[in-house]
Every structure is written in structure tokens, then in C-alpha cells.
Design a protein around this ligand. Structure first.
Ligand SMILES: Cc1ncc(COP(=O)(O)OP(=O)(O)O)c(N)n1
Ligand SMILES: Cc1nc(C(=O)O)sc1CCOP(=O)(O)O
Ligand SMILES: [Mg+2]
Length: 211
């Protein structure tokens, strides 16, 4: 049974990765929440990877968040979808809801937060908290105070902090009001990813729900 089925609380460790192999590596070690973020494909060509990642996550009792490809996520029967502001322009929210998926939305400023909240998301992501080297961002780093401000604005909705977050920075983000920490490079570009995954899991267990 997945965490989603019996208790609605996201795991605080939320790695974002670009392949099924990474998904498998993470969940084999005990990761409970992972995003598959494959870029530069379309729904049809992303679908086999989404199906494979979903099967692996379900076999390990982990939750998979599909990034971007909402049509493929519906077809695959995914539980979670993440969309950014650009993705919202073309997404069919009614179809996403009808499929029973939970929806997370990226935000970077107040206008984007208002738009996200109007979509009644299941979580809100705020970024980049620190400078990120993963992608070019037209937004300055938000900083820790902004996490607190966002948490006050969204109340009980889970708040995901993303962008430039390392394990050493995670505690500050959680103390500032984030419920969940998402990261790419601190895991995937680490010289010893498996040790890093273990360290993230150990550090975030106190903030995790006992399954
Ligand atoms: C948890 C989380 N937060 C933000 C993003 C970024 O989404 P988006 O702005 O749509 O950019 P891409 O990741 O699609 O390039 C995310 N994927 N996950
Ligand atoms: C994919 C993504 N979205 C962001 C946002 O601010 O919306 S920051 C980001 C990259 C996160 O990678 P890293 O942990 O390597 O900085
Ligand atoms: Mg996107």
C-alpha cells in the first residue's frame, strides 16, 4: 500500500531524477517519494518510462510524482503529477482531477502563487531557494524568509522547497517552514550518491511519518 492510500503526508525527502534507473536506485534504498523529471520528450515517448518507474515505486511502497507529461501520467494511472506555470497553460485540470491524481504546482512569485492556489493543488513548490546550477532560472534565490512567508500564505497545504538545496542546508529550510525538501544535484551529482541518499534518509526520518 502506498503512503497516499492511508495517510496524506508527503515524505520530507523528495529527490527529482531524470531516469528510471535513478528511481530504482533511490527506492531500493528506502526513498518514499521521488519525481521522474524527463525533459525533451512527448507524452507518447515518455509513457514507457513512466509506467516502468511507477511499477518500481509501487513494488517498493514509494510514491512517484510524474513531471510535465500529464497525458502520459493519466494513461499510466499515476498518483501524483507536478506542473510548472508554463505547463498549466496547456494542462486539462479537469481531466487530471477526474483521473484522481494529486497535483503539485511550482511557484516563484506572488502572482504564480495566486494562480497555483486557484488550481487547488495538493502541494505548492517554492524555488529556487538558493542558486541552482541545474537550469537557468529567471528568478533570484528566494532565501529562507520567503519559505516562512509562503508557509503562512498556504497554511496546511504541504510546502516543497527546491533549488540549490544540499543536505547541509535542509534543516534550515525545514525550520523556516518547508514540509518537504526537493533536490537534484545534491544526490545525482554527488561523488557517492548511495551514501548521500542514506544520509538524506537518516537526516529526514525525524520529520517523516511512520508508515
Ligand atoms: C518539486 C518541484 N518543484 C519545481 C519544479 C519545476 O517545475 P517547472 O517549473 O515546470 O520546471 P521543469 O522541472 O518542468 O523544468 C519541479 N519539477 N519539481
Ligand atoms: C527543477 C527545478 N525547479 C526549480 C524551481 O525553482 O522551480 S529549481 C530546480 C532545480 C533543482 O535542482 P538542484 O537541486 O540541483 O538545484
Ligand atoms: Mg514543468
Amino acid at each position: 500500500m502506498s503512503v497516499v492510500d492511508h495517510i496524506w503526508r508527503l515524505d520530507p525527502f523528495y529527490p527529482v531524477v531524470d531516469s528510471v534507473d535513478w528511481v530504482e536506485r533511490l527506492v531500493r534504498q528506502g526513498t518514499r517519494l521521488v519525481q521522474l523529471r524527463i525533459k525533451d520528450r512527448d507524452d507518447e515517448t515518455a509513457l514507457p518510462d513512466i509506467r516502468a518507474a511507477l511499477a518500481i515505486c509501487r513494488a517498493h511502497g514509494a510514491d512517484l510524482v510524474v513531471n510535465d507529461y500529464w497525458r502520459a501520467a493519466i494513461t499510466a494511472g499515476a498518483d501524483f503529477l507536478h506542473l510548472g506555470q508554463g505547463d498549466l497553460d496547456t494542462a486539462d485540470l479537469a481531466a487530471i482531477r477526474a483521473a484522481g491524481m494529486k497535483l503539485g504546482i511550482s511557484t516563484h512569485d506572488h502572482g504564480e502563487l495566486a494562480r497555483a492556489l486557484a488550481c487547488e493543488p495538493d502541494y505548492v513548490a517554492l524555488g529556487p531557494i538558493y542558486p541552482t546550477t541545474l537550469k537557468v532560472m529567471p528568478f533570484a534565490p528566494q532565501g529562507l524568509e520567503r519559505i516562512g512567508e509562503w508557509k503562512e500564505l498556504i497554511g496546511d497545504l504541504p510546502l516543497i522547497a527546491i533549488g540549490g538545496i544540499t543536505l547541509e542546508r535542509a534543516a534550515d529550510c525545514l525550520s523556516a517552514g518547508a514540509d518537504v525538501i526537493a533536490m537534484v544535484s545534491d544526490v545525482t551529482r554527488h561523488p557517492d550518491p548511495d551514501a548521500r541518499i542514506k544520509a538524506w534518509l537518516a537526516a529526514t526520518r525525524p520529520a517523516a511519518v511512520k508508515a
